[in-house]
Every structure is written in structure tokens, then in C-alpha cells.
Design a protein around this ligand. Structure first.
Ligand SMILES: N[C@@H](CCC(=O)N[C@@H](CS)C(=O)NCC(=O)O)C(=O)O
Length: 205
């Protein structure tokens, strides 16, 4: 399989962590890709990474689809069967994806607009989404609702990657302050080999 890849993208990291958790690391070739590349638009008309071309030659777009595909291929492991546990995992994944989306939107506001033209309102709006979501997850972590060890699901994978992205891009925000349970959970999750092998490298996207 071939993965359109950027080492700084949290969505790509989510796919890579998923693959490693499933023992699929060796089967995926990372193709470093600039999102402005014409060749990316040929496989994914949305022009986004990640995009995964399967051994059958089909290209899957969007990290939630790719992660579920990988789990179907080598699992099931990260997606619980139909029922409450599955909804919990998918909802956690959706919240964590929302944190990534808000963090990326905030970053792009800083990156793409010259100083003077940036919207403080948009940046505050995105920061608010992240803060409220992390407060909810702090309460869940304090209740022991976040899985560890062999019990982790796609929800925890997405959350771990989202928190790692905040460290990478918005370290100065100190998301751990006032959230000791979430910080404690993340410390354990970040030590997993799949996370250690995928630490974001270059501040380029
Ligand atoms: N919802 C998508 C988001 C992917 C995404 O936004 N990737 C960024 C890189 S972090 C990208 O390719 N941006 C280029 C663009 O939107 O044109 C997913 O989960 O895969």
C-alpha cells in the first residue's frame, strides 16, 4: 500500500499510528507529498493528505475511512463491534478530529494571512473549541473513561495524535494546565511505540 504522506500532518500521523498498532507498518510505503503537488490531486481530487492507495489499486481518502479500512484488513482491533463501546470510540474519535481541525484552522489563519489581516475572532473561536473539548475529556479521563494498554480504540488513537499536535504547534498554550488527568493519560499513550515512531518532525504543514 502507498500512503500520501506529510510528516507534520496530524491526520497522516493518525493513519500511521493506526497502521503500527495493527502491525501493518511494513506493508505501507510512505510517499512524501506536498499538498500543492499535481500528482496528489490525481489520486485525491480534494488535494489532501492522507490518501492511501491499496494493493488493489483503489485510493481511499480521509483519515477516518483509511483507519477503518486498515482495521478491517488486519483487525478488528481498534473498532469495537456494534454497540455502546463502538459509539463511544467513534464519538471520541470525532471529538479528537475536531480538535485537530480547529488547531489546523488556527494555524492556517496565522500562516496564510499577513499579520494585520489575521482575524483575532477566528483564532479565538477555534481556540474555544479546543479548550471546551479538552475540558470535557479531562472529566472523562478523571472518571477513568479513556482506555489504556491493550484496550485502546480508534478514539484514543485520535486523541493521542490530537494532543501531540497541540504540543507540536501550540506548545505555548500549555493545554496540560488544569487538566492533570488528561495529561497523565497522554503521558502513557505518548510512550507507545506507535507514537514514538511517528513524532512530527518538520514544521511545514
Ligand atoms: N478530514 C481530512 C483532513 C485532511 C487534511 O486537512 N490534511 C491537510 C494536511 S494536515 C491537507 O492536506 N491540506 C491541504 C488542503 O486542504 O488543501 C482527514 O481526516 O484526512
Amino acid at each position: 500500500m502507498k500512503l500520501r504522506y506529510s510528516p507534520a500532518s496530524p491526520y497522516v500521523r493518525k493513519v500511521s499510528v493506526t497502521a503500527l498498532e495493527l502491525g501493518l507498518g511494513e506493508r505501507i510505503e510512505n510517499l512524501p507529498t506536498d499538498t500543492g503537488d499535481k500528482s496528489l490531486a490525481e489520486v485525491n481530487p480534494l488535494g489532501k493528505v492522507p490518501a492511501l492507495t491499496t494493493d488493489e489499486g483503489d485510493t481511499l481518502c480521509e483519515s477516518p475511512v483509511i483507519c477503518e479500512y486498515l482495521d478491517a484488513l488486519a483487525g478488528p482491533k481498534l473498532y469495537p463491534p456494534a454497540g455502546p463501546a463502538r459509539w463511544r470510540a467513534l464519538n471520541l474519535a470525532a471529538l479528537a478530529d475536531g480538535v485537530m481541525d480547529a488547531a489546523l484552522a488556527r494555524l492556517l489563519e496565522v500562516r496564510l494571512r499577513p499579520e494585520g489581516q489575521r482575524s483575532e475572532g477566528i483564532m479565538k473561536h477555534q481556540k474555544g473549541k479546543i479548550g471546551r473539548t479538552l475540558d470535557l475529556l479531562e472529566r472523562q479521563a478523571a472518571e477513568g473513561a479513556l482506555a489504556e494498554g491493550e484496550g485502546v480504540t480508534i478514539g484514543e488513537v485520535c486523541l493521542g495524535v490530537a494532543l501531540g499536535y497541540l504540543d507540536f504547534r501550540f506548545d505555548a498554550d500549555r493545554w496540560r494546565d488544569g487538566r492533570p488527568a488528561l495529561a497523565g493519560w497522554y503521558e502513557g499513550f505518548a510512550a507507545r511505540p506507535s507514537m514514538q515512531a511517528t513524532v512530527p518532525k518538520a514544521p511545514t504543514s
